[in-house]
Design a protein around this ligand. Structure first.
Ligand SMILES: [Zn+2]
Length: 340
């Protein structure tokens, strides 16, 4: 800093001292007198923030058993650092800004899977990534029938499972306003409760259960159940598949089973549709298009197993095992692994 001296010493000195003090403090002061031009202080460069590495780690395991999967390949997009050891432990890391990662997993003997993991600042551990072994008890053919409607259509449907416990409204009168028999209402109520839990392998259950004589329109979060009477009906029941505003129609005494005017397996079948499932070719299955309405409505082991896989995947998952980017990205251990 260049300084100028003036005639009156003391004032000058104190001014010099003042200016020196001010300069030291990086402030500019405007004196009355003609003070020498001051040089702008050199700006102290602000340090550019160093990108901090973030990572997501966890284990690649076999769906259903939790056994580590070896010999797998893990591809991540956008490209980041990926480490995967023989035991299935993986670590995805990057110094770039955390982002949603598309993860593609392949392993011999397993159904390839595509899913999403959210990169986040810091280190996230214990993220479970499971893939389905393409062998019994899993059958890709049966899964495609039950979940993707491959038995009755060539277009494979996306997974349409429910995401929250449904409320049920059961109308107590038929389409002509005639009351439904109390024992029919009671057995249908029990069958619905059991089927909602069975088809979701216990992850969902009936929330509110209301009954009334009034009609009720389809409402999100509800499954409206109407019992109709028509001796000439060509069907025993009908339901929308896997929609949030569900509706089931059951024909009273049309496909009776002895004294039971609406059999348990008929109710379980229509609830199966409402929970997101389609017809299968196995004639013994609840989801057989034409079935014996007498049984109480117990799912076959095959139906139970594949329904559990479906309720472990994200709605919108498409063939063979591709999660939608709208899914809630995998996070630290997504609920208990299903052990069968
Ligand atoms: Zn059906």
């Amino acid at each position: 800093m260049a300084l100028h001296t003036s005639s009156s010493n003391t004032a000058v000195r104190s001014t010099i001292a003042l200016l020196a003090g001010l300069a030291a403090a990086g402030l500019t002061a405007c004196g009355g007198g003609s003070s020498p031009p001051t040089q702008a202080p050199t700006p102290i460069p602000t340090p550019t923030p160093q990108p901090t590495e973030w990572s997501v780690s966890g284990s690649l395991v076999e769906y259903g058993t939790g056994r580590p999967v070896s010999g797998a390949q893990l591809t991540v997009d956008p490209p980041v650092t990926v480490a995967l050891d023989a035991g299935g432990s993986f670590k995805i890391s990057s110094a770039a800004a955390p982002t949603l990662l598309h993860v593609h997993v392949e392993a011999p003997g397993y159904v390839p899977r595509e899913t999403y993991v959210q990169g986040a600042t810091g280190a996230r551990t214990n993220v479970a990534l499971d893939i389905v072994r393409n062998a019994a008890p899993f059958s890709l053919d049966f899964y495609r029938q039950l979940v993707r409607n491959s038995f009755e259509s060539s277009a494979l449907e996306p997974l349409a499972r429910l995401t929250q416990s449904p409320n049920i409204y059961l109308r107590t009168e038929d389409q002509n306003g005639k009351a439904i028999e109390p024992e029919v209402l009671e057995s249908v109520t029990q069958s619905i409760r059991m089927a909602v839990s069975d088809w979701s392998s216990g992850t969902l259950s009936v929330a509110a259960f209301e009954k009334g004589s009034a009609t009720r329109p389809r409402t999100p979060g509800w499954i409206v159940v109407n019992i109709l009477r028509d001796r000439n009906s060509s069907v025993c029941g009908r339901a929308y598949v896997g929609v949030p505003d569900g509706q089931i129609q059951l024909w009273d005494d049309r496909c009776a089973c002895g004294s039971k005017k609406i059999g348990g397996s008929l109710v379980a079948h229509e609830v199966g549709h409402a929970m997101g499932f389609w017809h299968v070719s196995d004639k013994k299955a609840i989801m057989a298009p034409v079935g014996d309405n007498c049984p109480t409505g117990i799912l076959t082991d095959e139906e139970k197993y594949h329904a559990t896989v479906a309720y472990h995947r994200s709605p919108g998952n498409i063939d063979r095992d591709i999660d939608p980017d709208t899914m809630a990205p995998l996070s630290t251990r997504d609920g208990p692994l299903v052990a069968n």
